[in-house]
Design a protein around this ligand. Sequence first.
Ligand code: IMP
Length: 200
Amino acid sequence: MKLYLATGNAKKLKELQAIIAEAALPVEVESAAALGGMPEVVEDAGTFPGNALKKAKGLLEIAPEDAWVLADDSGLCVDALGGAPGVYSARYAGENASDEENVEKLLRELDTIEEMNRQAAFVCVLALANKAGEEHFFEGKCSGEITHELYGEGGFGYDPVFVPQGQEMTFAALPAEVKAGMSHRGEALGKFLDWVKGMR
Ligand code: IMP
């Protein structure tokens, strides 16, 4: 199976590649860069599956005939904020906002929220599509809590302020393999890899 990963986010790409490689399945993985880069896609579907499918179809347009495309749409849903930033996680502090600006806004919004009410969950939906019109979706979720300050140097996005359930450190402070083993992306990819196994 020849699989193109539809993301322009280098850190997301690294996580996806590492987990797929670990599974040692007959999947030949390429990034969008092999096709000249990830095309511009307007993420206005309003849902994780909708946006993931838009990204998959965007890259599919320039992919070879026999290719499969896998796209990730993900975000952080915070209970005390009614599920925000959710599908708007990448642009929470504005269009083209940096990870630092988004995290800063999140901590500001939660400033008065006490310890016991800082629950949140990362959600990841993977959309798999091919030119024959097949579409499949795989979802993963990881619950945890938002800290008051940033901790750790690893990961990306909201990792420095998210402590997954059962851990005492943020995703940014945990080793990448630990994050991969329990993250929303790891769970969604696990379901995708099971699907690949069933296909053989
Ligand atoms: P999108 O899927 O490209 O629309 O953006 C996802 C956004 O959600 C990222 O830019 C991050 O802000 C956030 N996000 C998704 N997955 C993770 C993760 O594993 N760690 C930290 N932040 C994440």
